[in-house]
Design a protein around this ligand. Structure first.
Ligand code: ADP
Length: 240
């Protein structure tokens, strides 16, 4: 992260015209992969991510947990999801994102209800434009619910950070690349439990608190989009 590129306009708005606490537009759809048990598609700004969930008995048998389910999220970026073609296959970053997403989802799923099961969450990033781990997690949570997996809550997340010395919500690609900090966070909204929190860069304690409170203010709006996505699928099917 570098701090010497101008990320704020003279009028106090961000380069893409957003105010400091303004999100990019988000759209979520469920039921987009027929053969999956559950699925979701999310567009978050210019990010486009598809998630397919499959629930099955864990195999081989010695990998099973006799008293609960295992959650395996696999985050993958398509070669042409970024400006310069990304080398295919897992790397440190994709393994890290798979791990943090698996852990966050595990906190939301009632794992004891599905002993011996494996919940596979395949995340395919078709277009990446900063904030993909949180967009992936937000969509994965909807896809897992769409699969009928018992959940305590729908995990919801967003990102804040520091750009040109100011705390901003939902970093753009430029703010992510050239800003001073990137803080993705996800919670279980019913209890407020934090299930993902990372910090890349430097912030003071005061700035950190400002960033988390900005994110907490935005979470209910994203939760609503998740619920609407699930409800619109089922209400259309019921009405047919
Ligand atoms: P997140 O996508 O959660 O913000 P990062 O902060 O690690 O995760 O990445 C920020 C952005 O950088 C990504 O959304 C993507 O647009 C871009 N990016 C990540 N990995 C690569 C890569 N290997 N090649 C080109 N761009 C990448």
């Amino acid at each position: 992260m570098e701090g010497n590129i101008k990320l704020m306009r003279e009028d106090g708005l961000r380069l893409d015209g957003r105010s400091l606490n303004e999100m990019r537009p988000i759209k979520i759809q469920t039921g987009v992969v027929d053969r999956a048990d559950g699925s979701a598609f999310i567009e978050w700004g210019a990010n486009k991510i598809i998630v397919a969930v499959y629930v099955r008995e864990a195999y081989p048998k010695h990998a099973q947990n006799i008293d609960r389910a295992i959650v395996k999220a696999r985050y993958n970026m398509s070669g042409y999801s970024v400006e310069e073609r990304k080398r295919p296959g897992p790397d440190r970053r994709t393994m890290e994102i798979s791990k943090v997403v698996s852990e966050a989802l595990s906190s939301a799923i009632v794992l004891e209800k599905l002993p011996r099961a494996e919940i596979d969450v395949f995340i395919q990033v078709l277009e990446a434009d900063a904030g993909t781990r949180i967009a992936s997690l937000t969509a994965s949570s909807v896809a897992v619910a769409d699969a009928g997996v018992p959940m305590r809550d729908l995990v919801v997340g967003c990102t804040a950070g520091k750009a040109d010395g100011k705390i901003v919500l939902d970093l753009s690609k430029d703010e992510d690349n050239f800003g001073q900090a990137d803080i993705p966070m996800a919670i279980l909204p019913r209890t407020g439990k934090v299930v993902l929190l990372q910090l890349d860069g430097d912030v003071t304690e005061e700035e950190f608190n400002e960033a988390t409170s900005m994110m907490m203010d935005a979470m209910p709006r994203i939760s609503e989009l998740q619920r609407n996505a699930l409800m619109s699928k089922y209400s259309i099917e019921d009405g047919e």
